[in-house]
Every structure is written in C-alpha cells, then in structure tokens.
Design a protein around this ligand. Structure first.
Ligand code: THU
Length: 142
C-alpha cells in the first residue's frame, strides 16, 4: 500500500515555491492581479495553475481551478493541501474555488504573498472546512 502523504514543512515550502512560480505565468491584463496556486495530491505530486483572464471577462478562470483541472486530468481525486499566492498574503480562495476544491477533501489552505511582498509575507493557514463551513458536497448526494 502507498505511504500516506502528510503536510510536512518541506512540502509546505514546495507548494509555496510552486505557487509563486506559477503566478509568474498568470495572464491577468485586466485586473493586473496575478495569482498562482499549487495543489498537493494524496499521490504526493504537486500540480500548479495560474489565473487567466479574457477580453470577455466571464471566460477567465482562477488559479485554483486551473491547478485543480490539471490534477484531475492527471487522474488525481484527493488533495492534502492547496497553496494560493497573490500579491500579498491577504489573498483567499474565492467562493467558487472553495466549492470546487471541497469536492475533493478537507484540505489545508495556505494563503501566501509573492516573494517580494515584504511584511505581508507570512503564510496564513486554514482548513477548507473553516473557509467553507456547512458545505454542500458529495455526501449529500448519496
Ligand atoms: N483570482 C484567483 O485566481 N484566485 C483567487 O483566489 C482570487 C481571485 C483571480 C481571478 C481574477 O483573474 C483575478 O484574480 C482578480 O479577481
């Protein structure tokens, strides 16, 4: 049986680095708010994403759901943690992303600023169930 993946500080650091790297590739010419995200799957693999915007505004997608799509397409179905990186550590996943992620486990959510964000660079840590209490999920549909 595969070994259980836990969120060690080394993995926190990897997620932070992956989300910051992905943020560099964000396509956000309209809001100028670049976001990177990195998901740690229970396989131990990390999947990154960045937000992309569109001239037809509603066609854009958040970084978290880009990372989620990449992970799901690779066959992952359960996640241990997600790190989301914005300009500073006040970033927090939007409501749609909270719902999208909550389908796949009560993961840890790390909210981080970009490397150059100075005092706002402490990583804030939550459980997804804190950010989305009383959620509606797969358990309601069985
Ligand atoms: N955005 C994300 O990618 N993730 C979040 O957690 C918050 C918001 C994006 C959407 C849009 O491209 C830009 O940030 C401004 O809202």
């Amino acid at each position: 049986m595969a070994r259980k993946i836990t969120l060690t500080n080394a993995r926190r650091a990897e997620l932070l680095a992956a989300s910051r790297a992905a943020r560099q590739n964000a396509y956000a010419p309209y809001s100028n708010y670049k976001v990177g995200a990195a998901l740690l799957a229970d396989s131990g693999r990390i999947y990154a994403g960045a937000n992309f915007e569109n001239a037809a505004y509603g066609a854009g997608t958040c970084a978290e759901r880009v990372a989620l799509g990449a992970a799901l397409a690779a066959g992952e179905r359960k996640f241990i943690a997600v790190c989301v990186c914005g300009a500073d550590n006040t970033i927090s996943p939007c409501g749609i992303c909270r719902q999208a992620l909550c389908e796949f486990g009560d993961m840890t959510v790390l909210c981080a600023g970009a490397e150059d964000s100075g005092p706002g660079s402490a990583v804030r840590e939550f459980k997804l169930s804190e950010l989305l209490p009383e959620s509606f999920g797969p358990a309601q549909l069985v």
